[in-house]
Design a protein around this ligand. Structure first.
Ligand SMILES: [Zn+2]
Length: 223
């Protein structure tokens, strides 16, 4: 059976870790729009040149261009005799992009099997992400939970002060969380209405989160 999946979740929900584990277990491939953009530009193709122009002008890459790129890459992956399915990363981000992905999949006789939403509270995401501290001198990154410095607030290597980067501050993380919920709720409702939305409580350690995702997939495979 082919499994085409999307994982949704706010930044800090552990989406990357879960997607990687699922990919390994079920021998899936990933299509990341960010990676595709970088590769296409590096290749120097006509499309790559167009993309570079848009990005260099500080503009957002249009849905049409992203679709073209995705479509090209998906066709290549589907034609591989070992193709078992794909996890889409970075697209769709909004509800208006969802039908575009459906078209792209239709073109190669594929469909989206499931959208797995890793539900995480703002509190747990802030707690998880705001544990990052950076040395103001050598930029070494510490994690107060998993990789704390020997002496609180001080770099092990050079004794400099540890600071919190703007991105790692609780208020920045909270704002990103709100943006995610606001932008993604319509997309989540869209997939719910299509009957392919599955969700689980992501406020758990990584291994438990992976297990919950795999349980959902096992159910889908059986049905
Ligand atoms: Zn340092």
């Amino acid at each position: 059976m082919v499994l085409n999946l999307i994982f949704l979740g706010p930044p800090g929900a552990g989406k990357g870790t879960v997607a990687q584990a699922v990919m390994d277990k079920y021998k899936l491939v990933q299509i990341s729009t960010g990676d595709l953009l970088r590769e296409e530009i590096a290749s120097g193709s006509e499309l790559g040149k167009k993309l570079a122009e848009v990005i260099n002008a500080g503009q957002l890459v249009s849905d049409d261009l992203v679709s073209e790129m995705l479509s090209k890459d998906l066709a290549k992956k589907v034609s591989d005799p070992n193709f078992r399915g794909v996890i889409f990363d970075g697209f769709p981000r909004t509800q208006s992009q969802a039908p575009l992905l459906e078209n792209i999949l239709n073109e190669v006789n594929q469909k989206l099997n499931a959208v797995i939403y890793i539900e995480s509270s703002k509190e747990s995401v802030v707690k998880r992400l705001s544990s990052r501290w950076t040395c103001e001198k050598c930029k070494k990154v510490y994690n107060t939970v998993s990789f704390p410095p020997k002496k609180e607030g001080v770099c092990d290597d050079d004794g400099s002060k540890l600071i919190q980067r703007e991105d790692d501050k609780p208020e920045t993380i909270a704002k990103r969380y709100d943006t995610f919920i606001e932008k993604t709720s319509p997309l989540i409702n869209y997939y719910k209405s299509k009957g392919i939305l599955y969700k689980y409580d992501g406020n758990v350690p990584p291994l438990a989160s992976i297990k919950a995702a795999e349980e959902i997939i096992e159910k889908i495979v059986k049905d």
